[in-house]
Ligand binder design. Structure first.
Ligand SMILES: Nc1ncnc2c1ncn2[C@@H]1O[C@H](COP(=O)(O)OP(=O)(O)OP(=O)(O)O)[C@@H](O)[C@H]1O
Length: 259
């Protein structure tokens, strides 16, 4: 499925505090877009507005528009639960449900959505989701063991399998490797490269090498001081942002001179 996201004049607030200001950008289908920038510039906040996850924080709200294939995510008749089915999310710390088995973890989102599913369909979905998440071979003989019996890297791939199982169009990843060792990180990066054939992916990362390795497009955000809103400084093909940026702040950040 070829899904693009258009962000138009987006402001994000926590109560009265304007956290992210005047964002205009389009996220291209079947590609990986990286959000980079120093701490507090609003990367996670912006990411969360792409599936309305910020709404779990009391007082958090937006103005402007987020269009997914032209459809306003914030339209009056739009159900946020359905939004989160179309636009899935993977968090910084792997968060499998500890009391559920590996197989039940994969199916958790589907069950939450109240979809009735036969035993055979469930088994097929578990296998196909774990296969797409590059985890099937490692867990196929212990699907009934607890999700928390897996290593951190395997748990993160399990969370990706859980996100994939509800057939999203977009997958948002908020620093998905920051709690993982280098080998598990590479496994997730390889997986991201494969997943972009089927999904539109946006990833927040503090790791410049990771942004350069996995993303097709990079958006650099910055914040001018405490209490100021984060802003999009520069956005374009990753190669350009890393080798020939327009703004000095971008160059300083990608070359490790600040942040
Ligand atoms: N729940 C919240 N309530 C109020 N303000 C918040 C909340 N979460 C974040 N903020 C503020 O919004 C701004 C953007 O924060 P955000 O976490 O999105 O930045 P970030 O770029 O993702 O940072 P980091 O790289 O450190 O994770 C910051 O000023 C932060 O203090």
């Amino acid at each position: 499925m070829s899904t693009r996201i258009d962000i138009d004049n987006l402001n994000v607030y926590y109560g009265k505090f304007l956290a992210v200001s005047e964002i205009n950008m389009s996220i291209e289908p079947q590609s990986v877009t990286a959000f980079i920038g120093p701490s507090g510039c609003g990367k996670s906040t912006l990411l969360r507005t792409l599936n309305r996850m910020h709404e779990v924080i009391p007082g958090a709200h937006i103005d402007g528009e987020v269009l997914v294939n032209g459809e306003d995510l914030y339209g009056d008749s739009v159900d946020p639960v359905l939004v989160r089915r179309r636009v899935g999310m993977v968090f910084q710390r792997p968060n499998p449900f500890p009391t559920m088995s590996i197989a039940e973890n994969v199916l958790a989102g589907v069950r939450l959505n109240n979809r009735k599913i036969s035993k055979t369909d469930a088994a097929d979905l578990v296998e196909s989701s774990l296969t797409k998440a590059n985890l099937w071979n490692e867990v196929k003989d212990r699907l009934n063991q607890s999700g928390s019996s897996l290593s951190g890297g395997q748990q993160q791939r399990l969370c990706i399998a859980r996100a994939i199982a509800v057939s999203p169009e977009v997958i948002l990843m908020d620093e998905p490797c920051s709690a993982l060792d280098p080998i598990s990180t590479l496994a997730i990066e390889d997986l991201i490269a494969e997943l972009k054939n089927d999904y539109t992916i946006t990833i927040v990362t503090h790791n410049m090498q990771q942004a350069a390795r996995v993303s097709d497009y990079t958006a650099f955000f910055n914040v001018s001081g405490t209490g100021q809103p984060g802003k999009l400084i520069e956005y374009g093909p990753t190669k350009t942002i890393f080798s020939n940026p327009t703004h000095k702040a971008t160059e300083d950040y990608v070359s490790g001179r600040f942040g």
